[in-house]
Write a protein that binds this ligand. Structure first.
Ligand SMILES: [Ca+2]
Ligand SMILES: [Ca+2]
Ligand SMILES: [Ca+2]
Ligand SMILES: [Ca+2]
Length: 419
């Protein structure tokens, strides 16, 4: 970075300008401007000025951003004036009341103004009066180097949603990865031509526990045990009585949930669910001008749940057992159906032999042999046992076990204030 060289230059030019060597630079208080003690207000005129902006967040991640700031001297009764704009690349003069100054790099810039009239002079010099930093717009997409690129094998655009206010307007600089994204979610962005030293990555994040999830009833379909393995979530606002409500566990076991990688090396990891408040993170970055940032939401653990089919309303289940049909000749096969009278529940009926649920209807007539409320045809299609009332057809549902939403906002890259 050029700051040190700038400081030296500045001290040198100051020495020429005011004719003596100024004292060593004292660091300013955070967020305050420092008035150089050698540049005093001498009385009748004042070297006050205003500018169109003081801090500028620019979302340029590749190449040098360019921005203009206009300054207006608000002094009156002056004959002449002189500006200094260290670090600026272009300004048409230094002696006009209004100056438009061009900068072309992230950083902090001092501004000075000296005013004169025939009797007096006054000067002001502010350290770090202008700050230009990188402010990310948190826009996600594919194959565009200027936005966050989704790179995971499972990552899809719907993994990134923008929260909205009560009127439905999206919040800028704020993105969420919903709990309904169970896979690993990765977004990547390259940065080029940044200052090499003292870069600080800052952002706010929140890992929000989703205490209740609803599974869309319409997504619970199919007849085989293997289907559906994944389901669709529905928001609590849109859930109906038919949708399946699942309460999340109170406590979530600690695990790596969200991480930041610099050139593929993890430099920060979050695990704790902090559902109430955003936490502010400040990360010092290595001294490279070209680098890549990756944001990674780890895959969520899945839970398999069995949800019984709805009962078949047409299942035949009476409470009238077969009459006692004990015969005097147990080893005979009176009705000639191939099953001896001892075993045949219907020894005089060649079309029936067994009544598994004992409801008086033989298994050949009965449409629900085991009396569990599911038709034999349903059970066969769903691979449950039609002759075992403890075996019933289920949907196999996989849902997120510890659902949480990741919020990220106000991502910036600034140059660290020197101490
Ligand atoms: Ca029989
Ligand atoms: Ca039966
Ligand atoms: Ca059955
Ligand atoms: Ca059964």
């Amino acid at each position: 970075m050029e700051l040190k060289r700038l400081s030296v230059l500045l001290i040198f030019s100051l020495a020429i300008w005011i004719g003596c060597v100024p004292p060593m630079y004292e660091p300013p208080e955070a967020q305050q401007n420092t008035l150089n003690p050698n540049w005093e207000n001498t009385g009748n005129i004042s070297a006050a000025f205003i500018s169109t902006s003081r801090t500028i967040g620019v979302g340029t991640n590749i190449g040098s951003p360019t921005f203009n700031v206009s300054f207006i001297a608000s002094a009156s009764n002056i004959d002449s004036l002189e500006w200094v704009f260290p670090g600026a690349i272009k300004n048409d003069s230094i002696s006009e009341v209004t100056e438009t100054v061009e900068y072309n790099a992230f950083g902090r810039y001092d501004v000075g103004l000296k005013v004169y009239n025939t009797e007096d002079s006054d000067s002001r010099y502010y350290e770090n009066f202008i700050e230009m930093y990188y402010k990310d717009d948190l826009i996600f997409g594919e194959n565009d180097p200027l936005i966050w690129s989704i790179t995971g094998t499972d990552t899809v655009l719907t993994d990134f949603t923008q929260p909205t206010d009560a009127e439905g307007n999206p919040y800028s600089n704020w993105i969420t990865v919903p709990y309904s994204s169970p896979h690993k979610v990765v977004a990547r962005k390259s940065f080029e031509d940044f200052p090499r030293n003292n870069l600080i990555l800052e952002f706010d994040y929140k890992l929000e526990r989703q205490s209740v999830i609803y599974i869309d009833d319409a997504s619970i379909t199919g007849t085989s045990l293997a289907s559906p393995s994944m389901i669709s979530y529905v928001s609590s606002q849109d859930a109906t009585a038919d949708d399946l409500r699942i309460d999340s566990p109170i406590a979530y076991p600690g695990a790596k949930r969200f991480s930041i990688e610099y050139d593929s090396i993890p430099i920060w990891i979050a695990s704790r669910i902090n559902e109430e408040y955003f936490e502010h993170v400040i990360l010092e970055m290595p001294s490279k001008s070209d680098f890549t940032i990756r944001m990674v939401k780890e895959p969520q653990t899945m839970l398999t749940r069995l949800v019984p089919f709805d009962l078949d309303s047409t299942a035949t289940n009476t409470s009238t057992p077969v009459a006692d049909t004990t015969t005097a000749t147990p080893s005979d096969d009176t009705d000639g159906d191939g099953v001896t009278n001892l075993v045949d529940v219907f020894p005089f009926d060649a079309s029936e032999q067994f009544d598994t649920d004992g409801d008086g209807y033989g298994n050949n007539t009965d449409n629900d042999d085991d009396g569990d409320g599911y038709l034999d045809t349903t059970e066969t299609a769903a691979n449950s046992d039609p002759l075992d009332r403890t075996s019933i057809p289920n949907y196999v549902i996989q849902h997120v076990r510890y659902p949480y939403t990741l919020n990220i906002r106000n991502l910036t890259i600034k140059i660290k204030e020197e101490n």
